[in-house]
Design a protein. Structure first.
Length: 291
């Protein structure tokens, strides 16, 4: 029975995540210590003790979620299965878990990613919002001619739009008039996966060029293509591409089912991806990793 490990993105964080593992498991403790050393910062103290507003800073939360996810994986002693995938920043975690990028390099890349994303858009200039009850083609039509786009195709009826604040607000109002059940801003400090991140994508291109990416030990399912990607240069390019383009998560999960994956195990804080999977297909058994 082919299995995929999936790793969450921003929004899965909570103050105190991973603290019990750090205190009771040597493998998990080593992960947090290595990330602290790589960043020259006691990020683990923020993860375990907050405050929440400091944890949720883009430059902190991205390496924090990755560190917690890898700590959970290593504490469990589970072997990485035939497939891996991640939602947005979770792609970096998936590549780390499969040996493609070292833990220290992954932490530094995600710190650079968070910093670049924050710098790309002045505070308040952008907006990320979720729309419930409409599909991607409808929202693509609503975004035509505006500086915004579909950022996440999460599952049927749950689509995220991101871009310039005024344009996203206009799309939200139009969405309500054409049948959206709900349309509301998300608590993110930056607009994600949109053209406003163009400068961040160039910074990430430079950062990724300085890092060794090995062939993953597992088949990596990419947010860019919603399919298996094994070539390391294609993977590098896809991580740059994802900065300004949407996450094709619904399509990725459908592709998992098509290629015969029967079990999905979510590795990391929260259970967002497990919930999404159950709304996408009944052909995959989704559950959380037991640690």
């Amino acid at each position: 029975m082919p299995t995929v490990f999936v790793f969450p993105g921003q929004g899965a964080q909570s103050v105190g995540m991973g603290r019990e593992l750090y205190e009771n498991n040597a493998a998990a403790r080593a992960v947090f210590d290595e990330v602290d050393d790589a960043l020259n910062q006691k990020l683990s103290d923020i993860i375990f003790n907050g405050p929440m507003d400091e944890l949720t800073l883009t430059s902190n939360v991205q390496p924090a979620i990755m560190a917690t996810s890898i700590a959970m994986l290593r504490a469990s002693g589970a072997s990485v299965p035939e497939y891996v995938a991640g939602h947005s920043l979770g792609e970096y975690t998936a590549l780390c878990a499969s040996g493609a990028i070292s833990l220290s390099d992954t932490a530094r890349l995600l710190r650079a990613r968070g910093d670049a994303m924050q710098a790309a858009a002045p505070v308040g200039s952008g907006l990320t919002a979720v729309v419930l009850g409409l599909d991607v083609p409808t929202l693509n039509e609503l975004c035509v001619g505006k500086n915004c786009n579909v950022a996440n195709d999460n599952c049927p009826g749950q689509v995220v739009v991101s871009g310039a604040r005024a344009d996203v607000e206009a799309v939200l109002e139009m969405a309500k008039t054409v049948g959206a059940r709900r349309a509301m801003p998300l608590a993110l400090s930056v607009p994600v996966h949109c053209a406003m991140q163009a400068s961040a994508s160039e910074k990430m291109r430079a950062a990724l060029e300085s890092v060794e990416i090995k062939t993953p030990s597992a088949k990596f399912i990419s947010n860019k293509t919603a399919d298996v990607m094994t070539n390391t240069e294609e993977i590098r390019d896809s991580l740059v591409y994802q900065m300004t383009h949407g996450v094709r998560w619904r399509e990725s999960v459908l592709r998992m089912a098509e290629i015969g994956i029967t079990d999905m195990i979510e590795v990391g804080p929260g259970n967002v991806l497990t919930g999404l999977a159950t709304r996408i297909t009944d052909k995959i058994n989704a559950k959380k990793l037991e640690v």
